[in-house]
Design a protein around this ligand. Structure first.
Ligand code: 13P
Length: 247
């Protein structure tokens, strides 16, 4: 059975209260969608977003969470705090956090575990840099990143969503070709399959310069189950068009 598509907007550190109201109003007016749709907003706006999306079919999530339960971790936000507000999803291991905050594969895995402990679905990002791609290391890198998560989650592996985001494609306008993305997704699915008999139910998203005009060809690939969208998730019409692509 085909997996239902999942389209996640990652607003990153963009927006303001008035702009968010407009964006969400636009999105609600353009829905409902056949695909599962999620928006991941910056922490201070999550309560507003939750309120705005009450009773809607659009879910919301955060862009990061702490690996720790509670305690002296200034500036961090725990999975328990997010869950208390009705959060359903959390992105972990985004390449911007791996690069700018030196997050290791194990820390990302620990964050995914913390999320699951509070019934949040972790969207675990993996992806190679341009240098790694040019060195022919794509497969090795994504397998290493995913392997840490698989080992840490154990039997909970099928409860996560994986997102393949080649770093060289993020915000650059250089999308991976559907064939390249599909090849990496197939590799990730095989790795998940070796770890869990339920892997065939899992969703693997593609992210990196997904736009309204290239989403359909990416989502048509057999192992691309939707997208993690940055820039194009900031405009309601563009994001809605991506949510409708391929379903
Ligand atoms: P862009 O869609 O802006 O390339 O960003 C992708 C991304 O990083 C989503 O998490």
């Amino acid at each position: 059975m085909a997996r239902r598509k999942l389209v996640v907007g990652n607003w990153k550190m963009n927006g303001n209260r008035a702009g968010n109201v407009e964006l969400l109003a636009g999105l609600k007016a353009l829905g409902p969608f056949v695909a599962d749709v999620v928006v991941c907003a910056p922490f201070p706006y999550l309560a507003d977003v939750a309120l705005s999306l009450q009773g809607e079919s659009i879910a919301w999530g955060a862009q990061d969470c702490s690996a720790h339960e509670s305690g002296a971790y200034t500036g961090e936000v725990s999975a328990a705090m997010l869950a208390e507000f009705g959060c359903r999803y959390v992105i972990v291991g985004h390449s911007e956090r791996r690069a700018f905050h030196a997050e290791s594969d194990q820390l990302v895995a620990d964050k995914a575990k913390a999320a699951l402990a509070h019934r949040l679905t972790p969207i675990v990002c993996v992806g190679e840099t341009l240098a790694e791609r040019e060195a022919g290391q794509t497969d090795v890198v994504v397998k290493r990143q995913l392997s840490a998560v698989i080992h840490t989650l154990g039997h909970c592996v099928p409860q996560m969503v994986v997102a393949y985001e080649p770093v060289w494609a993020i915000g650059t306008g250089k999308t991976a070709t559907p064939e390249h993305a599909q090849a990496v997704h197939a590799l990730l699915l095989a790795q998940l399959g070796a770890a869990s008999p339920k892997a065939s139910d899992m969703r693997i998203l593609y992210g990196g310069s997904v736009k309204a005009d290239n989403a359909a060809s990416l989502f048509a690939q057999p192992d691309i189950d939707g997208g993690l969208i940055g820039g194009a998730s900031l405009k309601a019409a563009d994001f809605a068009a991506i949510c409708r692509a391929g379903v």
